[in-house]
Each structure stands twice: as structure tokens, then as C-alpha cells.
Design a protein around this ligand. Structure first.
Ligand code: IPD
Ligand code: CA
Ligand code: CA
Length: 258
């Protein structure tokens, strides 16, 4: 039942993305000038929350634009109504709806839907991950130097040691392809699908990664924080890889040379 609701939820959200895409919609800034929210983010979020509440009125909800709708329930829905809002606002169809479901603090389900590519990703703890119903596996690449990576940059410049630009520069100086899609949820799903060998980012929110990190783990990959500890979506850093290149990438993210 909850699985069906999850799929329905990403679908009702995605309908709003399609409805507004390339049309006219309001856009406003949040904490910084380029941290955007559009009318479509709000419409997607409203449709998703209404659907979940119609079926599970007492569940806990954490959603990017609304914040926490707290309850005593053990089940928590973590919603990003559009991941890749800047892409969406510019008519770039690399964006999605992302929803993770936590039970007693453990991520048990995740789904990500990019309606523009007609790609529906789904993961269930212990039962694998699928893309449009077909099982996904991470890549088998063993060398970081031969890997194809993806990353993202926060809306505010992070001027820290081994910050996003330093790590990026180090990798690019070795001519390692490092893509930047603009949607952390899709970065993770594409890593799960074996399109990328690894993804790292310095500052994400729980709704960016909730569904996607389960996707990578269930596709046989490895996900940790920047220090290599078991991943917790309520802290900022993430490294998600096929497992083989994890230690090599983690070393570079922490200041090591290639
Ligand atoms: C953003 C995207 C982007 C990442 C940012 C996120 P939003 O989410 O996932 O790839 O680099 O840190 O905030 O704002 O499009 O939902
Ligand atoms: Ca996001
Ligand atoms: Ca968002």
C-alpha cells in the first residue's frame, strides 16, 4: 500500500512539472538570489502532500518548501517537489520529483521520477533498485582515474579547506570527467544506474538525497559522509560510488593527491 502511494506521489508531483514546464510561472528567490522556488515547486508539493495525507493522515512529513509537518508516527515522508529547480526554471529537462520514506529512522523506500525522460526510479531496502521496472546495478569501474563522476555546488560559495572548487579542480586537472547535472537526486540515480561511477557533494539537505542514496545502496553501491562514515541524510556531505572507487574518491575529497 505504502509503495503504491509513493509511486502515485511522485507521479502527481511530476504532473505539475509537466503542466508548468516552459510555460509561464512565478519564480522567487529564497536564502540567496539564485536559490529559486517556482510556482511549480509549490504546486508539486501541494499535490504530493494532499495525496499522502489522503491515505496516511497521521504520517510525519518533511518537505522542502513547507518544512516539517511533525507527528508521532514512525513513518516519515521526505519530499523534494522539484529537485533541479534552476534547470526547471530555465527549461532544462534535467529535474525530477524525489521522495524517500523513513521508518523508525531508517530509509526503507525511495522513488525519483523525471517525467521529461520518462524515467521512474524505485528502491526498497533489502530488495534492490529499479529503473522503469528493470533492476539497476552500479558500474564496475575500478580506477578513479578512468571514472566518470558527477558533483554539484551549493547556492552559497563554501570557502573551506578541500571545498567544492578545490576538489573539482584536482579531479579536472587529471582530466577526469566530472559532470554537473544540477539535480542531486538524479546524480544519485544515474550513479545507481551505472551511468556515473561516483558522485560527491559538500552540502545537501535530507530531501535532496533521501531517495537517491537508497537507490545507490540498493543497486550495490556504497554511500558515506565525506569522512567515510555510514551515510546520514541529516548531515551535509555525501560520497556515493560503485564501491570500487569509493576509497580513492574519499581520499581526494579529503585533500589527498591523485
Ligand atoms: C539542488 C540540487 C543541486 C544541488 C543543490 C540542491 P533544488 O536542489 O539538488 O544539484 O547542487 O545543493 O539544493 O534546489 O533544485 O531542489
Ligand atoms: Ca533539491
Ligand atoms: Ca527542490
Amino acid at each position: 500500500m505504502i509503495k503504491n502511494t509513493l509511486i502515485q506521489a511522485v507521479e502527481v508531483g511530476a504532473k505539475e512539472l509537466i503542466r508548468f514546464f516552459n510555460g509561464s510561472f512565478t519564480v522567487s528567490s529564497k536564502a540567496t538570489i539564485n536559490d529559486l522556488v517556482t510556482e511549480a515547486d509549490h504546486a508539486s508539493e501541494k499535490a504530493i502532500i494532499e495525496l499522502i495525507q489522503s491515505q496516511f493522515p497521521d504520517h510525519f512529513i518533511l518537505s522542502e518548501e513547507t518544512g516539517e509537518m511533525a507527528s508521532a508516527s514512525d513513518t516519515k515522508w521526505i519530499i523534494d517537489p522539484i529537485d533541479g529547480t534552476i534547470n526547471f526554471a530555465n527549461g532544462i529537462p534535467i529535474c525530477c520529483v524525489s521522495i524517500g520514506v523513513e521508518y523508525k529512522g531508517e530509509m526503507i523506500l525511495g522513488s525519483v521520477y523525471n517525467p521529461f525522460m520518462n524515467e521512474l526510479y524505485f528502491a526498497e531496502k533489502g530488495k534492490g533498485a529499479t529503473l522503469n521496472g528493470r533492476p539497476m546495478r552500479v558500474s564496475k569501474k575500478e580506477s578513479l582515474l578512468q571514472s566518470c563522476l558527477v558533483t554539484g555546488f551549493p547556492y552559497q560559495y563554501l570557502d573551506t579547506a578541500n571545498g567544492p572548487l578545490q576538489v573539482f579542480e584536482k579531479l579536472v586537472r587529471k582530466a577526469i570527467p566530472v559532470r554537473r547535472l544540477g539535480s542531486a537526486a538524479l546524480d544519485l540515480c544515474w550513479t545507481a544506474a551505472g551511468r556515473f561511477d561516483g558522485f560527491y557533494e559538500h552540502k545537501l539537505q535530507a530531501w535532496d538525497s533521501a531517495a537517491g542514496y537508497l537507490m545507490v545502496e540498493e543497486a550495490g553501491g556504497k554511500v558515506t559522509d565525506l569522512s567515510g562514515n555510514r551515510y546520514n541524510p541529516y548531515q551535509p556531505g555525501i560520497i556515493a560510488t560503485n564501491g570500487f572507487i569509493h576509497d580513492q574518491l574519499q581520499a581526494v575529497v579529503n585533500g589527498g593527491e591523485l
